[in-house]
Design a protein around this ligand. Structure first.
Ligand code: NAD
Length: 499
């Protein structure tokens, strides 16, 4: 299957980048070139922002009823469902995720557009909500309005889904958008532009530029014409994006990295806990911001837990991600592959004990594959315990008391997610409340629902995506206050003398 040859999508048209640059799309499975994508530069960013600004100024989108916009969002969702097989295949070819995961992603993409279609409709009923200001002389109402042109910058691990999490609420709120997906995996976002075009979203409302962070992302986040930047990616880039936006007094929401902890207590069903532990750490080849990549196991069950984990991890099917029941594909590219193997090497040098994995699988000489890897006996100072790997590498140690587990889990610069597994409901409740994170999973790890807020604290960023919070983050709140009394206001009486 070949990658469609697409251009940038600006003002409702496919256009070549001003400097006509393109760069190759490399398959993480075959390590060979499978297509190319346009490389936008600052001039293209200017064109895209201008197109979005013109569409916003026109008012046809931003001042329309939510009900009108919902129609387009539903049409996008339907087309994603219709094209699911093709889109999932492209996603797998581009970023290497197992095909069944990619299909699941496409269901979630469609679900996200449908969900925000519903919220767009509900927005109409929430407009002009009265506010009691406590004085009969004034009537106050609140309007929720789009921000204007919003910049959406996304990562490569869930290429189309991360874009949907931003595009759907931004459009539902009435904004005009410029999407800049990761240069590492942009193929399905280019297909989204084709879908947006096919369903007739008015020109300029949705614009897509592909290109590197330096050439396209940086000028977009620093552009004075944008009202906000919504960013998902690494901490280092998030800081740059926030600084660039701040220079224009523009807000930035940041969904950044993590090093989330999974705590397994002694009363847990071990087989069940091992299953969630593997899902939390190895789903999407561990390339998830919320990967529960730090495992804390109660010392009394550690021997049995690690034995089961080793056996189960060694039975995961690692193969070509297009094979239907593949459970672990290659990581996204060579640079990630090298980085992960380097992490493993440092862990060994620092004295961590390798339980399983740690190398390229023997049966796969080609492709950026890494075995599911588990280290035990981790110490707090070790790099693998503190730093985000973004690969199938789990770091573990044991604990004795609940207080110790909480302290260890919270000892991280990150605060995205945490998980606790125990048969004791009260303990789960206590631990959930004690976790310094934006998300806590109890007796599971990684489930994600479009209705529930998503985001972190500490170095994992700020702001929330998904749910009603996702919509609110793309709305500006305006109060309209009217003086309704027949009486003169009278603070400066006309008859008052100057002295
Ligand atoms: P990254 O920071 O390298 O890139 C993210 C995006 O920023 C890309 O589109 C990139 O081109 C762009 N970019 C790079 N430099 C830029 C600059 N100077 N100005 C503006 N844009 C720039 O991240 P990545 O490697 O694509 O993604 C992995 C990271 O994303 C991990 O840290 C992961 O935890 C995080 N992530 C977080 C969430 C979340 O919801 N919190 C979800 C997915 C991924």
């Amino acid at each position: 299957m070949s990658i469609p040859a697409r251009q940038l999508y600006i003002a409702g048209k496919w256009v070549a980048p001003v400097h006509a640059g393109r760069f190759p799309v490399m398959s993480p499975r075959s390590e060979s070139e499978v297509g190319s994508i346009p490389n936008a530069t600052a001039e293209d960013v200017d064109r895209a922002v201008a197109a979005a600004a013109a569409a916003h100024a026109d008012g046809g989108w931003g001042r329309s009823l939510g009900r009108y916009r919902a129609g387009f969002l539903r049409a996008i969702a339907k087309k994603v469902k219709d094209d699911k097989t093709q889109l999932a295949k492209l996603e797998t070819i581009d970023c290497g995720k197992p095909i069944q995961e990619a299909e699941w992603d496409m269901d979630d993409v469609a679900g996200c557009f449908e969900y925000y279609a519903e919220l767009a409709e509900k927005l109409d009923a929430r407009q002009d909500a009265p506010i009691n200001v406590g004085m009969d002389d004034f009537r106050c109402r609140v309007r929720r309005e789009p921000l204007g042109v919003v910049a959406l910058i996304t990562p490569w691990n869930y290429p189309l889904l991360m874009a949907a999490w931003k595009v759907a609420p931004a459009l539902a709120a009435g904004n005009c958008v410029v999407l800049k997906p990761s240069e590492v995996a942009s193929v399905t976002c280019l297909e989204l532009a084709a879908i947006v075009h096919d369903v007739g979203v008015p020109a300029g409302v949705f614009n897509l530029i592909t290109g590197t962070g330096q050439d396209a992302g940086a000028p977009l986040s620093a552009h004075p014409g944008i009202a906000k930047v919504a960013f998902t990616g690494s901490v280092a880039t998030g800081k740059r994006v926030a600084l660039a936006a701040a220079a224009n007094v523009k807000p930035a929401t940041l969904e950044l990295g993590g090093k989330s902890a999974l705590i397994v207590f002694e009363d847990a069903d071990i087989a069940n806990a091992v299953e969630w532990c593997m899902f939390g750490a190895f789903w999407t080849v561990g390339q998830i911001c919320t990967a529960t990549s730090r495992l804390l196991v109660h010392e009394s069950i550690a021997t049995e837990f690690y034995a089961q984990l080793k056996r189960r991890a060694e039975s995961i099917k690692i193969c070509d991600p297009l094979i239907e029941d593949c459970r672990l594909g290659p990581v996204v590219n060579k640079s990630q592959h090298d980085k992960i193997l380097q992490f493993i090497q440092v862990a060994q040098q620092q004295g961590a004990t390798l339980l399983t994995g740690g190398k390229r699988p023997a049966h796969l000489a080609q492709g950026y594959f890494v075995e599911p890897t588990v280290f035990v006996d981790m110490k707090a100072h070790m790099q693998l315990w503190t730093d985000e790997v973004f690969g199938p590498v789990l770091a573990s140690c044991t604990f004795r008391t609940e207080a110790e587990a909480i302290e260890m889990a919270n000892s991280s610069i990150y605060g995205l997610a945490a998980a606790v597994i125990s048969a004791d409901e009260q303990r789960c409740k206590r631990v959930a409340e004690a976790m310094q994170s934006g998300i806590v999973w109890v007796n599971c790890a990684q489930p994600c629902f479009v209705q529930a807020p998503w985001g972190g604290v500490k170095a994992s960023g700020h702001g929330r995506e998904l749910g009603e919070w996702g919509l609110e983050s793309f709305l500006s709140v305006k109060q309209v206050t009217t003086y309704v009394s027949k009486e003169k206001w009278g603070w400066f009486p006309s008859s008052q003398s100057k002295l």
